[in-house]
Ligand binder design. Structure first.
Ligand SMILES: [Zn+2]
Length: 474
C-alpha cells in the first residue's frame, strides 16, 4: 500500500487516521431535552477539543453515512430494526415515551432513528476503510452508543450495537480477508450486547473490562462475570475482567492488559481490532467512579497498536464528564497519528482486589490460553494500593485508596470531592478548598442526580443514595 511520506522525514511514514463526526447525531436527545448524562454535548465537546488542538487537520474527516438495514440484520432482529426505524415517526412524544418505557435506560425523540443509523453507519464506514488499507486507523465520534444493545432489545442508552454491526460486516465480506477480530471494550460497563452476539464465534475474541461488583453494577447480573467465557466453538473467546470495586485507575488497567489481554492477543493474532471506547472509566466521570487518565488511555491503546499492523477502529461508547472524555479522546487520536513515546510509570500500584480478579481470570482461562497458566510472581502481586472507605458511613461498599494514590498533577478538582466530599452543608470547620470543591461537585452533578432520581439508578443502592444526598436532591 502506498502511504504518503512525511516531507520532513523521508523514512517515516505518516499515519492516515480517519475521524467521523456529524452534528446530525446531536438530534437524538431526551424528549423535552431533560438533563441526561448521554446528551449531544458529549460528541460536541470531543469534536471541539480535537479542533482546538489542531488534530482534525491532520486526520481524514468523514461525515456520517446511514447504515443499510441488511448490515444491521446480521446482529439484530427485524423487530428491533422496525422499532428503531419507526420510533422517530411516531406522532406524539407520549407514544415514543410509552415505547421507551418498555426498555431499560432508553429514551427516544424525533431524532433518535436518524442518529442510530448514522452512528452504526459511521463505525461501519471507517471500519471498511481500515480493513481495505485506505486508513491506518480511525476514531468514530458517535452517539447513541452501542455495546449494551442486544439482538432484540435496546438498553443502557444504546439503540444499535455499532461495533457488533461493523464486526459482522467484516466477517461477511470475505474479500477483505479479515478472519480474526479482537474487540476490546474498555467502557466502565460490561458490553453485554456484544458478548451475546459473538458468544459462540471463535473468529471474534471479545474482551471486556468493567466494574462488576459481584453483579451489582450496571448492567447487573452474572453476564459480566469472569466465568462467562463463551460456548461451543467460541469457548475461551469471551474474556471478562470484572472489577470488584470502583476507583480503578491506570495501574489496574495496565495490569489487566499486561497479564491477560496482551498475552492472549499475542496468541490470537487479530487481523484487526475494534475498541468499544467508552470513557466512563476516566478520571472525573460521574457515573464510572474510576480514574483512568488521558495518558493511561494512551498507554492502553499503544499496547494494542503492536497487533494487526496497527489496524484499529475506535468507536465512542459511554463517558459523561465532558472534559474527561474530550481530553481522553485527544490523547488517543494523537497516539494514532504519531507513535510517540509514552511514560509508563505510576506512583501507585493496583489494588489487592485487582490482583485477585486478574488471578481468577487467568486461572479460569488457562484451559483455553495456556500462556495464562503460569502463577504471577508474589513480589509483583504483593505490591498493592490500600483501599480505604471514601464517602461516609452510609456507603459501606465505596472505597478510595486515599489522596496519595494519584500524582499531584492528576488531582483535578473533580477528584477532590470524591475523596473529601462532605455530605452536609455544614462546612464551617472544613477548609475552604474542600468546601469550594464540594460545592462545585454538587452544582456540576446535580442535574445528573435529578436524572437518577427520575429515571432510576444504574448503581448499587448505597452509591445511589450517596449521589442523591450529596446533590441535595429530595
Ligand atoms: Zn458505560
Amino acid at each position: 500500500m502506498d502511504l504518503p511520506h512525511d516531507q520532513t522525514n523521508g523514512i517515516q511514514q505518516r499515519r492516515r487516521v480517519g475521524l467521523v463526526y456529524d452534528e446530525r447525531m446531536c438530534r437524538h436527545s431526551t424528549p423535552d431535552n431533560e438533563p441526561h448524562p448521554e446528551n449531544p454535548n458529549r460528541i460536541r465537546a470531543i469534536w471541539n477539543r480535537l479542533v482546538s488542538a489542531g488534530i482534525t487537520q491532520r486526520c481524514e474527516v468523514f461525515r456520517a453515512k446511514e447504515v443499510e438495514d441488511k448490515y444491521i440484520a446480521a446482529v439484530h432482529t427485524n423487530n428491533h430494526i422496525n422499532l428503531i426505524k419507526t420510533i422517530s415517526s411516531k406522532k406524539t412524544p407520549s407514544q415514543r415515551n410509552r415505547a421507551a418505557a418498555k426498555y431499560n435506560s432508553i429514551f427516544f425523540n424525533e431524532g433518535s432513528s436518524e442518529s442510530a443509523y448514522l452512528a452504526a453507519g459511521s463505525v461501519l464506514e471507517v471500519t471498511e476503510k481500515v480493513a481495505k488499507g485506505e486508513l491506518n486507523s480511525a476514531f468514530a465520534i458517535v452517539r447513541p452508543p452501542g455495546h449494551h444493545a442486544e439482538e432484540n432489545e435496546p438498553m443502557g442508552f444504546c439503540l444499535y450495537n455499532n461495533v457488533a454491526i461493523a464486526t459482522s460486516f467484516l466477517l461477511n465480506q470475505k474479500e477483505l480477508g479479515i478472519n480474526k477480530i479482537l474487540i476490546v471494550d474498555w467502557d466502565v460497563h460490561h458490553g453485554n450486547g456484544t458478548q451475546k452476539m459473538f458468544w459462540k464465534d471463535p473468529r471474534v475474541l471479545f474482551f471486556s473490562v468493567h466494574r462488576h461488583e459481584h453483579g451489582y453494577f450496571y448492567p447487573a447480573g452474572d453476564d459480566g462475570s469472569h466465568f462467562m467465557m463463551g460456548e461451543g466453538p467460541g469457548l475461551g473467546y469471551n474474556i471478562n475482567v470484572p472489577w470488584e470495586n470502583g476507583q480503578c485507575g491506570d495501574a489496574d488497567y495496565v495490569a489487566a492488559w499486561d497479564h491477560i489481554l496482551i498475552p492472549v492477543a499475542k496468541e490470537f493474532k487479530p487481523d484487526i481490532i475494534l475498541i468499544s471506547a467508552g470513557f466512563d472509566a476516566a478520571i472525573g466521570d460521574p457515573l464510572g467512579g474510576c480514574r483512568i487518565t488521558p495518558n493511561g488511555y494512551a498507554i492502553l491503546l499503544k499496547k494494542l497498536m503492536e497487533f494487526s499492523s496497527g489496524k484499529i477502529i475506535m468507536a465512542l461508547e459511554g463517558g459523561y464528564n465532558l472534559t474527561s472524555i474530550a481530553n481522553s479522546v485527544l490523547a488517543c487520536v494523537e497516539l494514532l497519528l504519531e507513535d510517540k513515546p509514552i511514560t509508563e510509570s505510576f506512583d501507585v500500584y493496583p489494588f489487592g482486589s485487582t490482583w485477585r480478579v486478574i488471578k481468577a481470570v487467568r486461572e479460569e482461562l488457562s484451559t483455553y490460553w495456556p500462556i495464562l497458566a503460569d502463577k504471577l510472581p508474589e513480589n509483583l502481586t504483593s505490591r498493592v494500593a490500600p483501599l480505604v472507605p471514601t464517602y461516609s458511613s452510609e456507603s459501606d461498599d465505596e472505597y478510595d485508596d486515599g489522596s496519595n494514590a494519584l500524582p499531584e498533577d492528576l488531582q483535578e478538582d473533580v477528584t477532590i470531592p470524591l475523596s473529601k466530599l462532605k455530605l452536609t452543608e455544614d462546612t464551617h470547620d472544613a477548609d475552604q478548598v474542600t468546601a469550594a470543591a464540594s460545592q462545585a461537585w454538587r452544582s456540576e452533578l446535580s442535574k445528573i442526580d435529578v436524572w437518577y432520581a427520575s429515571f432510576g439508578s444504574n448503581m448499587s443502592e448505597s452509591r445511589f443514595l450517596c449521589y442523591i444526598e450529596g446533590g441535595q436532591v429530595k
